[in-house]
Design a protein around this ligand. Structure first.
Ligand SMILES: Nc1nc2c(ncn2[C@@H]2O[C@H](COP(=O)(O)OP(=O)(O)O)[C@@H](O)[C@H]2O)c(=O)[nH]1
Ligand SMILES: [Mg+2]
Length: 310
């Protein structure tokens, strides 16, 4: 079986190929004139880095070149790499057991699937896990989490469709406490009628978790879908205003060229991407290492074998 690193590299190849085509391959052996910087900025935007972040990257690069003196385009690209690495180096937040994890994000991004993947992963790390079906809005949502819970073998607390999500979370916390569970993962509905509505719903759930979850660490995870490109960034901003985000999971990194979106998401929000989804099975979730990701964007293929097993 291919190593995790190989599998990741393979699944992310559309994103990394796209970046190489737009950035490294077109910008080597070039004069560092205005055209160079304009094209760089444009190609960063086309690589889904977002306008704000692209402008920031190019400004930082110009500044650093000014400080360090004349250089050729190869050296500028190396500098670019280190600037981008600095921008995404946000420390991940430790979780102290027991934990209540609230998973938020709009419909269809992959929340329920990600919860199953996370449950399986935490259990394989020796943790006891429980999931709460607090997306009571859609008829199929509770059923879907139930199927996943059976598949990965995790306890589930649920109610009927249309039940109050806060009451499901209330019951789940009581049950998690009684059973001494390490991690309670709460699914939520992805309705996003408008921002006020979202804020109200999430703050209601947050209040219940705060009030009932004494003694539990709280960890809020945002799930976003890489294939939506800039929309993932817009959702990130909206949710970041509505709830304290501790981490992000970027799904559907397989088969999209738009994975570069993780960079502005991390640098703009200052929230780390903890995991990426690279497929539809419970095994298709891998820890995200921002530095390694940047390495992969610039890598020409000669991979360090020592890193292959992890
Ligand atoms: N290719 C791919 N599909 C995914 C990934 N994560 C979720 N999906 C699919 O995305 C669709 C929506 O997922 P779901 O968990 O129901 O999203 P939710 O509405 O946010 O709960 C499903 O068909 C999943 O199989 C991923 O990492 N890669
Ligand atoms: Mg769901």
């Amino acid at each position: 079986m291919a190593s995790l690193f190989e599998r990741m590299k393979d699944r992310l190849s559309k994103t990394t190929d796209n970046f190489k085509e737009k950035i490294t391959h077109t910008l080597y052996y070039r004069k560092l004139d205005d055209d160079f910087f304009d094209e760089l900025e444009e190609n960063l935007i086309l690589s889904d880095m977002g306008i704000e972040t692209s402008v920031e990257i190019v400004d930082k690069l110009k500044e650093r070149i000014r400080q360090e003196g004349t250089m050729n385009s190869d050296q500028a690209i190396d500098l670019l790499k280190s600037i981008m690495t600095e921008m995404v180096s946000v420390e991940k937040k430790e979780m102290n057991m027991p934990v209540i994890m609230m998973v938020v994000g709009v419909n269809g991004v992959g929340k329920t699937t990600t919860i199953a993947k996370l449950a399986q992963r935490y259990m394989s790390e020796g943790k006891t896990v429980m999931v709460a079906a607090a997306d009571t809005f859609r008829a199929a949502a509770v059923e879907q989490l139930t199927v996943w819970a059976e598949r990965v073998g995790v306890d589930i607390v649920k109610s009927h469709t249309g039940a109050d999500p806060a009451s499901v979370i209330f019951d789940a916390i009581a049950s998690a406490r009684a059973k001494g569970v390490d991690i309670l993962i709460c699914d939520t509905a992805g309705r996003l009628h408008n921002k006020v509505n979202l804020m109200n719903e999430l703050s209601k759930l947050t209040r219940i978790i705060e009030r009932e979850g004494e003694g539990f660490d709280k960890h809020n995870l945002l799930v976003v879908d890489a294939t939506t490109g800039q929309n993932a960034l817009i959702q990130g901003r909206t949710f970041n205003d509505a709830v304290r985000l501790d981490g992000i999971v970027m799904t559907k990194m397989d088969g999209t060229a738009r994975g570069g979106i993780v960079i502005p998401l991390i640098s703009e929000l200052g929230v780390p991407v903890e995991y990426i989804g690279i497929g539809e099975t419970a095994d298709d979730l891998i820890p995200f290492d921002a530095e390694k990701f940047i390495d992969m964007l610039y890598d020409d293929g000669g991979e360090d074998e020592a890193e292959a097993e992890e």
